[in-house]
Structure formats: C-alpha cells, structure tokens
Design a protein around this ligand. Structure first.
Ligand code: S3P
Length: 426
C-alpha cells in the first residue's frame, strides 16, 4: 500500500464511532502504568504503530502486560533495566517522555527510532534534564537519537521553557516526580495537559496555576489508572474538514476528547463559518463528547495564538483554507518545522502542486482559497500530510504516495474514508 488514488466525493451525512483512540493519552496510559502500584486497566488503547511501540517498551522495562477482550492490563514492580534497545519508531512523544521517565530509573537504557525520528531535535528535553543531573547523551551533543540514559539522582528545579511543548513539559514533570524536592515548570503558552490530569488522577501531588505547574516528588507509588481512551481529535479532524468542504454534508464524530487544549482546530473551522456543535457525554480525567460538523461556505481566517492547541491539525486545516474565500494566515508556528516532516515546507509544496496560491514564511504561511486541482503528493513519510491531501482529494481526486506512515496514528483511516468515497490502491 504505497500509493492511493482518491476520487472526488458527493454529499454525505454520517456518524463515526470508530475514530482512532487518542495517541497522546494512549502513550501516557502505558507509560504511567510503570509508576503505579497495582494493575492499570486501559480500554480503547490506540493500536497503531507509535503507541504499540510504547507498549512494547513498557514490556521491555519489566511490566507485565495482559491484552484480553479489548482491555490492556499493565502491572509493574518498578522500571527494570532492559537488555534490548528501546525503539520508539516514529514517535517524538514516546522518545521525549521516556527521556524524562528513565532519567531517574535504575539502569542503563538506549532509545532509538526510525530515520525520521533520528533527525528530530531532542535537546529540548536532554538539555534541561542534564541540567538537573540526568546522564543523557546522543549524537550531536545529545540532540539526536540514538540516546543513552544512565539513571541518576535528579535535583529539584524551577524551569522556564521557551517553547509551548507538552512533550517537554511532560518529560520534566516525569523527572520531577523523582527529583529531590518540589519542582516548578513554566511554559509560555498552555500546551496540552493530559500528563497533569492523568497523574493527578493517579494521586500525584501536582498543582496547576495558569502557566505554572508545581510538582512534589512521589512519596510512594501512584494508584493504578483505570481509563477508557477517548477518540483522538486530531484524527477526527480529517473527517471534520471533509464535511466542512463538501456542500450539503455533515459528520458526527463520537466520543472525542473535548479538552480545550485539543479542539482549537474545530474552533478555527467554526471561525471560518462551519457549523459545529459539541455535546459532552462523560467526564473522567478528560471531558469527552460528540462533535457535529456541518458544511457551510468557508471564509479565510488568521491563526496566530495558542498554536500548540492546533499544531497537529494545521495541515488538515490548510486544506479548508484552500477551499475558503480569501487569504488565510498562519503565524508563530515555527514548531511545524520539527514535526514528523517540516510541515511548513510539505504543506506549501503540496498546495502549490494542487494549484493553490501559497506564500511561505519562516514561522508559517498564507493560503489563498481557490480551486484545488488533482495532483500527485508525496507524504514525506508524514502521516498527517498523507491524510490531509487525501481529504483534499474529496474535492478533486488525488494521488498520494508513501502511505505506510498512516499506520503510526490511524490504521482504520481508509476503512472510514471508504464510507465517503472510492479509493484505489496501486
Ligand atoms: C504531543 C505533543 C505535541 C504534538 C504531538 C503529541 C504529546 O508535540 O504535536 O503530536 O502527546 O505530548 P509538542 O509537545 O512537541 O508540541
């Protein structure tokens, strides 16, 4: 399955209950089980490459994992040294959070990843962790994987991060849980807060006051997790864009996390004119509910605030920009350059190939709405680029190559897409 041809769709109206489970929460639920006394139970765990790699690493770190009838049960007697290299695959979240978790664990650990992950910057976690005593190293003075970690005792810290990154925040919170005193972490803008919510739910002493998080070291192991992972808003968003750009169409996306730090892209689509409603159905660790998106003519917007709240959805949102009236602007999004691909470059190249007027800047780009044309788009090994341009194909037909990456986050993407349109694999 290295190439797909997608055909333009006609109007549709459907409810989807099988959106892929949330990637961020799935990673964390497996990792945090290592900090619990007793057995954690995880329902609706994302069975995609990234999160299955994390689960495999959790096993290699000595946890007992039972996977029966859709429930994953994890119990651990504390993190054990592994004789194997720990392979995070394509996942920045996996690698960066494990850096924080393993910095204080007894033993020596090697983290690696695929060719894309081995090119992504790790200094954002290795530098602050080294500053508090972690023994971490890697290529390019600790910036590039493979990374080696020798567990050490960590000093309490007051760290002020220059980037709004949940991965950096989470790595530092995990380190703080075993530091030698109370720690604080400040971020420039609130990033997704699953780590704080989940660890607090497990009994950790974590206080959040605006952008400042205060973490007391763990006195004892935490209570086990008992969680059902909600659907991933960044995966659901592909189908939200599909409905928003297809006249007379609508979609109900069921059981999605409604955490405000995750649904900003839906808010942006609303600002563009799409008709969107949210219905809360449950609230444990996270607010969860159904999101309904209905087509309406779209207009251009500027996106420049709370970028980390919609960073993962910007490629798909850019397809909506291409279908809107006027010129949309994305600013302050330089973080896009260090995702699974340089997403400023891959989105700009893709839209240009489809005949859309785009201007590229260091920290973003502008998109002038027009008529999307069928093209052949290379995903550059980036799942979100592949799926975004496949959704663009609902307008005009599209060929997208290098598709394996979709399995890192949304293995049933094509199954759901086929409810809307015809696809042909070459
Ligand atoms: C994630 C945080 C975000 C996001 C990534 C998942 C997480 O990255 O882009 O897909 O689970 O913490 P940054 O924290 O680097 O912004």
């Amino acid at each position: 399955m290295s190439q797909v041809e997608v055909f333009a769709c006609s109007e549709f109206s459907l409810a989807i209950s099988e959106i892929a489970p949330d990637k961020s929460i799935s990673h964390r639920s497996a990792m945090f089980s290592l900090l619990a006394c007793g057995t954690s139970e995880i329902r609706n765990f994302l069975r995609a490459e990234d999160t299955l790699n994390t689960l495999e690493i959790v096993k290699k770190l000595g946890a007992k994992v039972e996977d029966k009838e859709g429930v994953i049960k994890i119990s651990s007697d504390g993190i054990q040294e592994s004789p194997d290299i720990l392979d995070c695959g394509n996942s920045g979240t996996g690698m960066r959070l494990f850096c924080g978790l393993l910095s204080s664990a007894n033993g020596h650990f090697i983290l690696t990843g695929d060719e894309y992950l081995r090119r992504r910057p790790m200094k954002r976690v290795t530098a602050p962790l080294r500053d508090i005593g972690a023994k971490l190293d890697g290529r390019n003075s600790g910036d590039l994987a493979p990374l080696s970690i020798r567990g050490a005792s960590l000093k309490a810290f007051n760290y002020e991060s220059k980037i709004a990154s949940a991965q950096v925040k989470s790595a530092m919170i995990l380190a703080a849980l075993r530091a030698d005193g109370v720690c604080t972490y400040k971020e420039p803008e609130l990033s997704r807060d699953h780590t704080e919510r989940m660890l607090k739910g497990m009994g950790a002493d974590i206080k959040v006051d605006g952008l400042l998080t205060t973490i007391a070291p763990m006195k004892e192991l935490l209570s086990p997790l008992n969680i059902r992972v909600p659907a991933d808003p960044s995966s659901a968003f592909f189908f939200a864009v599909a409905a928003a750009i297809t006249p007379n169409s609508s979609v109900v996306l069921e059981g999605v996390t409604l955490n405000e730090t995750r649904i900003e892209a839906f808010r942006a689509l609303e600002r563009m004119g799409a008709n969107i409603t949210y219905e809360l159905t449950s609230d444990k660790y996270e607010p969860i509910g159904d999101i309904t998106v209905k087509y309406a003519p779209l207009k251009a917007i500027t996106v420049e605030e709370n970028i980390s709240w919609l960073i993962d959805e910007l490629p798909a949102l850019s397809i909506a920009f291409a279908c809107a009236k006027g010129t949309s602007i994305i600013k302050n999004a330089e973080e896009l350059r260090v995702k699974e691909s340089d997403r400023i470059s891959t989105v700009v190249k893709g839209l240009l190939a489809c005949g859309i007027q785009v201007d590229e800047y260091e920290d973003g780009y502008t998109v002038t709405g027009g008529t999307l044309n069928r093209a052949t788009i290379d995903s550059h090994g980036d799942h979100r680029i592949a799926m975004s341009f496949i959704i663009a194909g609902l307008k005009c037909g599209m060929e997208v190559t290098d598709l394996e990456c979709i399995n890192t986050s949304f293995p049933n993407f094509f199954e759901l897409l086929q409810r809307i349109t015809e696809v042909k694999f070459n």
